[in-house]
Structure formats: structure tokens, C-alpha cells
Design a protein around this ligand. Structure first.
Ligand SMILES: *[C@@H]1O[C@H](CO)[C@@H](O)[C@H](O)[C@H]1NC(C)=O
Ligand SMILES: *[C@@H]1O[C@H](CO)[C@@H](O)[C@H](O)[C@H]1NC(C)=O
Ligand SMILES: *[C@@H]1O[C@H](CO)[C@@H](O)[C@H](O)[C@H]1NC(C)=O
Ligand SMILES: *[C@@H]1O[C@H](CO)[C@@H](O)[C@H](O)[C@H]1NC(C)=O
Ligand SMILES: *[C@@H]1O[C@H](CO)[C@@H](O)[C@H](O)[C@H]1NC(C)=O
Ligand SMILES: *[C@@H]1O[C@H](CO)[C@@H](O)[C@H](O)[C@H]1NC(C)=O
Ligand SMILES: *[C@@H]1O[C@H](CO)[C@@H](O)[C@H](O)[C@H]1NC(C)=O
Ligand SMILES: *[C@@H]1O[C@H](CO)[C@@H](O)[C@H](O)[C@H]1NC(C)=O
Ligand SMILES: *[C@@H]1O[C@H](CO)[C@@H](O)[C@H](O)[C@H]1NC(C)=O
Ligand SMILES: *[C@@H]1O[C@H](CO)[C@@H](O)[C@H](O)[C@H]1NC(C)=O
Ligand SMILES: *[C@@H]1O[C@H](CO)[C@@H](O)[C@H](O)[C@H]1NC(C)=O
Length: 350
């Protein structure tokens, strides 16, 4: 009988967990709003209809299950509440035939002025044996132009003998970019129209991409021929004021149990749930208390039974007849001295 009761309880428990999980997923968008386009989650402040996004800058056009930034063909592949947005950006290329005659070229232009290009996640990379990549952009903080580039060179022997995956100027070059860039243009040119290398490298390529998503190898020459775009990470933020100013405004976006955060070297602010809370800080009641007691890695009490969840935190306690702080890194729970004395006296009286 006890086993049966236990089974029923555990089924109910599983069901309750399932409901909780479903609720937390749904809560990423405004109530009543679709929270997914294809397989990409669209958390508020982003949304797909005017009543579902914070303002036009966060408008996602869900075109045949393909999320795109407002009025552009920029495809969005991931949105995080930590203030980043992954998009697909075109690979720029510059191709020649065996006689050194120009065949095709693609200039990559990113026209998303409401967000800036993440400098901690992306790098400018060029691949080719006769290749010069340049980028132009506008720096958000100064509104001035920015221009940089890198050169990659190699001959056939070098390529086949020495290419070993490092992007260091032989067949591949890579440079960091500063924070706060927007209106990114990437172009590629060559010095000698790929003369003498065209049999294995007829094209030069350049792209700004999430550095964790591209690894250079000899195969890159061939693979890039059929890659139209690569992931690029944008930084997003609300408005263009700092927290201290935004907090006084009526349209301040951070809701209960969240805090405002000024991103380094770019304008606007982002919201984060306070420690001890999780969820979407841009939604009414979006930051929910974490029940630390349910997760061994989140609490320091000697057991779950000794853990009491509180709003935003937890405390450890000892059951009746015991004292101490109930913590693994503290005193734990110790039998009360009074009880020990009582037993001692008891024995004496025998
Ligand atoms: C999303 O869908 C696209 C195509 O439908 C697929 O290529 C991609 O891997 C999917 N992403 C995830 C995270 O499932
Ligand atoms: C949807 O995407 C297709 C192809 O990517 C494009 O031709 C069409 O104009 C887009 N529709 C809208 C409403 O943006
Ligand atoms: C989106 O990005 C975050 C942070 O980089 C990552 O943890 C998550 O797995 C990504 N989601 C998808 C569907 O790629
Ligand atoms: C290269 O030039 C030669 C001689 O002019 C010509 O026969 C050949 O067709 C050209 N090859 C290409 C790919 O245009
Ligand atoms: C290289 O290509 C450019 C553009 O097509 C052309 O004007 C030039 O003559 C070519 N140079 C050589 C050496 O083939
Ligand atoms: C949208 O982004 C642009 C460019 O950063 C900015 O000038 C504008 O104020 C933003 N719109 C809103 C409603 O915040
Ligand atoms: C990027 O290229 C586009 C189109 O060629 C041009 O209108 C724009 O001014 C360029 N932007 C920068 C920052 O060079
Ligand atoms: C190949 O790898 C070695 C050791 O990692 C390094 O010293 C060398 O510079 C690399 N060669 C090239 C061409 O990148
Ligand atoms: C191509 O190779 C030939 C023969 O080795 C050499 O004379 C010529 O300078 C090379 N051309 C370029 C542009 O490197
Ligand atoms: C912010 O800007 C300062 C000065 O331009 C620079 O030294 C610093 O590295 C930048 N920090 C980041 C995270 O980009
Ligand atoms: C939770 O409480 C402990 C001690 O009571 C404290 O050290 C810790 O900073 C608190 N954590 C949060 C997120 O408030």
C-alpha cells in the first residue's frame, strides 16, 4: 500500500514539475504572445507583433518560420536575455578564374543600426592565399568611421606543407574589433588575382563571425565556397541611456526583482534578475524565486530537510533538539547540551 501511495505521489510530483517547466518557457514572451518563430525562442522585449515587442527595434518578422530583424533580410538564430543576439551574416568573397579574370565578388553589408557588433565574441577573419580583407564601420560612441583589415598570403607548397589549423597570416588571418561598431561593411580584394594559387584557391573570403564557430583548416578553402553566411553576435540593449537616468523614467524596462546593468563601452542598459531569482527581467513578475533547497549545488545546508527557501535566498535550520547553523561549511546540527546532561543525570541516578 505504501508503495502505491508513493507512486501516485511521484506521478503528481512529475506532473507538477512539468506544468512548472511549461509555465517558465511560456513566460519568456509577453502574455498572449507567440514565443517562438520556427525553432528560435523570441523572449520579450523582442516580439513579432506591435503589441508583443517593446518598440520597433525589437521587432522580429517571422517569415515562414524564419525569424528576421525588422525590414531586413538578417536572419536571427538565437536571442539571449543576457543581451546578445546571434544572426547570420554574409561571407564576403572575391573570385577569379585560372587566367586571373575576375569572376564574382560579394560585399557583405550589415545594416542593423539598433544593435552593435559584439567585440568579445566576434573577430574579423580572412581566408585565402592572395587575400586582403577590409572592414568599414561606424563607432557608436564617437559616430566616427572605423577602418581596419588583414592580409593573408600563401603559395601552394606552404599551404600543403605547413597549414596546421592556426590562423596566423598563412592562408588565414584574424583580428579583433573594437566594441560598439555598427553599419559593418566587409570586402575582399586580391593583389595578383589568385595567379598561381587558383587551382586550389580561386577565391578570397572574409567574414566577421563568432570566433567559437569557425576553425581554420586546409579544408576551409573548399568548404567556404558553399557557405553563404556565418553566425555573428550582436549586442542589444534598451534605449541609449545609462541606468541612473533610465531608472527615473516612466518607461524603465526592468521589472520586479531585477536590477539594471550598464554594459561596458556601449549605450543603453540591460536588466538582470537579482541573485536568487531567474526568468525574464523585462516581464511583469518575470523574475521568479529560485528554490535553492531543491538543488544540491545551490544550497549549503547539510540536507534538503534542513533547508528553508526564502524569497531570493534560503536559510538552513536544525530540527528540534538540535542546534547549530545547519550548514555544511558551518557547525552543522549538534545535539543540544541540555539533552546530553539529561542523559548523564539519568545514568547517574541509576
Ligand atoms: C533550427 O532549424 C534549422 C533549420 O530548420 C536547423 O538548421 C537548426 O539546426 C535548428 N537549430 C536548432 C538549435 O535546433
Ligand atoms: C519572406 O522571405 C522571402 C524569401 O526569403 C522573401 O522573398 C519575402 O519577401 C519575405 N516576406 C516578407 C513578408 O518579408
Ligand atoms: C543561444 O545562446 C546561448 C548563449 O550563447 C546558448 O547557451 C544557447 O544554447 C543557444 N541556443 C541555441 C538554440 O543555440
Ligand atoms: C584562359 O586563357 C586561355 C588562353 O587565352 C584560354 O584558352 C582559356 O579558355 C582561358 N580559360 C578560362 C577559364 O577562361
Ligand atoms: C585582375 O583582375 C582585374 C579585375 O578583373 C583586372 O582588371 C586585371 O587586369 C587583372 N589582373 C591580372 C594580372 O590579370
Ligand atoms: C532604435 O534604435 C535607434 C538606433 O540605435 C535609436 O536611435 C532609437 O531611439 C531606437 N528606438 C527606440 C524606440 O528606442
Ligand atoms: C557600407 O556600404 C554601403 C553600400 O555600399 C554604403 O552605403 C555605406 O555607406 C557603407 N558603410 C560604411 C560605414 O562604409
Ligand atoms: C604549426 O604549429 C606549430 C606548433 O603549434 C607552430 O609553431 C607553427 O607556427 C605552425 N605553423 C603555421 C604555418 O601556422
Ligand atoms: C607565378 O609563378 C611564376 C612561376 O613560378 C612566377 O614567375 C610568378 O612571379 C608567379 N606570379 C605571382 C603573381 O606570384
Ligand atoms: C572599453 O573602452 C576602453 C577605452 O576605449 C578600453 O580600454 C576597454 O578595453 C574597453 N572594454 C571593452 C570590454 O571593450
Ligand atoms: C543569502 O544569505 C547568505 C547568508 O545568509 C548571504 O551570505 C548571501 O549573500 C545571500 N544571498 C543572496 C543572493 O542574497
Amino acid at each position: 500500500m505504501a508503495t502505491e501511495g508513493g507512486t501516485v505521489r511521484s506521478i503528481l510530483f512529475t506532473w507538477a514539475l512539468f506544468l512548472a517547466a511549461a509555465a517558465s518557457v511560456a513566460s519568456q514572451a509577453l502574455p498572449g504572445c507567440q514565443d517562438k518563430c520556427g525553432n528560435v525562442s523570441i523572449p520579450y522585449p523582442f516580439g513579432m507583433t506591435p503589441s508583443c515587442y517593446l518598440n520597433q527595434n525589437f521587432s522580429i518578422n517571422c517569415n515562414q518560420s524564419l525569424p528576421q530583424l525588422l525590414e531586413s533580410d538578417v536572419v536571427v538564430t538565437n536571442i539571449t536575455l543576457e543581451g546578445q543576439l546571434e544572426i547570420l551574416n554574409y561571407v564576403a568573397r572575391d573570385c577569379y578564374d585560372a587566367n586571373g579574370t575576375y569572376v564574382e565578388g560579394i560585399l557583405s553589408v550589415l545594416w542593423a543600426d539598433m544593435f552593435t557588433i559584439s567585440n568579445d565574441r566576434n573577430k574579423l577573419t580572412a581566408v585565402g592565399c592572395d587575400t586582403e580583407a577590409t572592414i568599414t564601420a561606424i563607432r557608436e560612441d564617437t559616430d566616427s568611421g572605423y577602418f581596419t583589415g588583414c592580409i593573408s598570403y600563401c603559395d601552394k607548397e606552404e599551404t600543403t606543407l605547413h597549414l596546421n589549423g592556426s590562423c596566423s597570416g598563412i592562408g588565414c588571418c584574424q583580428i579583433s574589433i573594437p566594441s560598439g561598431l555598427k553599419y559593418l561593411n566587409i570586402s575582399v580584394t586580391s593583389f595578383n588575382n589568385h595567379t598561381n594559387v587558383s587551382d586550389f584557391n580561386p577565391c578570397g573570403y572574409a567574414f566577421v563571425t563568432d570566433r567559437s564557430k569557425f576553425t581554420f583548416s586546409f579544408k576551409s578553402f573548399e568548404e567556404l565556397a558553399s557557405i553563404e553566411s556565418l553566425p555573428l553576435v550582436l549586442d542589444w540593449a534598451i534605449g541609449n541611456e545609462m541606468c541612473t537616468v533610465a531608472e527615473t523614467k516612466s518607461d524603465y524596462a526592468c521589472k520586479q526583482n531585477s536590477i539594471c546593468h550598464d554594459p561596458v563601452n556601449r549605450s543603453g542598459y540591460i536588466c538582470k534578475c537579482k541573485d536568487g531569482y531567474y526568468g525574464n527581467p523585462y516581464l511583469y513578475n518575470g523574475c521568479q524565486d529560485i528554490d535553492e533547497c531543491k538543488d544540491l549545488s545551490l544550497h549549503n545546508c547539510i540536507s534538503e530537510r534542513n533547508c528553508v527557501n526564502t524569497l531570493g535566498n534560503y536559510t538552513c535550520s536544525c530540527s528540534k533538539g538540535l542546534h547549530g547553523d545547519g550548514r555544511k561549511d558551518g557547525t552543522g546540527c549538534i545535539r543540544n547540551a541540555l539533552d546530553v546532561i539529561a542523559i548523564f543525570i539519568g545514568r547517574c541516578s541509576l
